[in-house]
Design a protein around this ligand. Structure first.
Ligand code: AP5
Length: 205
């Protein structure tokens, strides 16, 4: 299965992508996670990425396209993949279009007030588990950290970038007949149930 999960920052892409990846046994490819790993390792790419990520701006397309071109050639991608946070521009979507046929593009629509609460309340573990101090608090003995870009100023810029770039991407995938929109505001259990119903129908088709 080849899928994209899309949505504004905090819409729940990473949260639901982990469940989808596990159920359908496909790798979860998050460009944000790949970049944060480079930042953590202190590589040249990581140093460049940090300047963009900390201010909420998108990295240049050529950097992202190179990362994806390399990643999808790895063995685990033979059975399909789930993209989270990619593509974010038409140039990235066109690159992907040349190398794959997607089965579904799932857009999680979410309101801004919920997004702000989700992002300011998000806490992560170093192995990628996602909690939220308001909706899904981490157990007391679990060590968590807050992402550098989860502060109100950067969140506002990330949202602006999302709304500036999403329209053309939505049109691109609507024309291809693979675009579906879901209500991302609902509780986690409800959203994932609807996603699974949709993907089960595709997998069984
Ligand atoms: P990226 O890492 O992709 O971040 P983002 O798009 O801002 O999205 P988030 O990871 O913040 O949100 P999410 O939707 O995954 O939310 P989550 O599931 O964690 O990108 C970061 C940066 O990297 C970009 O700004 C850019 O600089 C760069 N970058 C990355 N990709 C790029 C690309 N392709 N091109 C150029 N630059 C790129 O959920 C958030 C919180 O809400 C959690 O606490 C969770 O527990 C909670 N929650 C989620 N869903 C629910 C629910 N249904 N009910 C209750 N709580 C929920």
């Amino acid at each position: 299965m080849k899928i994209i999960i899309m949505g504004a920052p905090g819409a729940g892409k990473g949260t639901h992508a982990r469940d989808i990846s596990e159920k359908y046994d496909i790798p979860h490819i998050s460009t944000g996670d790949i970049l944060r790993e480079e930042v953590h390792k202190g590589t040249e790419l990581g140093k460049t990425a940090k300047t963009y990520m900390d201010s909420g701006r998108l990295l240049p397309d050529d950097i992202i396209i190179e990362i994806i071109n390399k990643r999808i050639r790895e063995d685990d991608c033979k059975k399909g993949y789930l993209f989270d946070g990619f593509p974010r521009t038409i140039a990235q979507a066109e690159m992907l279009d040349k190398v794959t046929d997607l089965e579904a593009v799932i857009y999680l629509r979410c309101s801004d007030d919920i997004i702000i609460k989700r992002l300011t309340g998000r806490r992560m573990t170093t192995d990628g588990k996602i909690y939220n101090i308001y909706f899904d608090p981490p157990p007391e003995d679990v060590e968590v950290y807050q992402r550098d870009d989860d502060n109100e100023e950067t969140i506002k810029e990330r949202l602006k970038v999302f709304y500036d770039t999403f329209g053309p991407l939505m049109d691109f995938y609507k024309k291809k007949g693979v675009f579906s929109e879901l209500k991302g505001d609902d509780r986690r259990e409800i959203v994932i149930k609807i996603i699974f119903q949709m993907l089960d129908a595709i997998a069984g088709a």
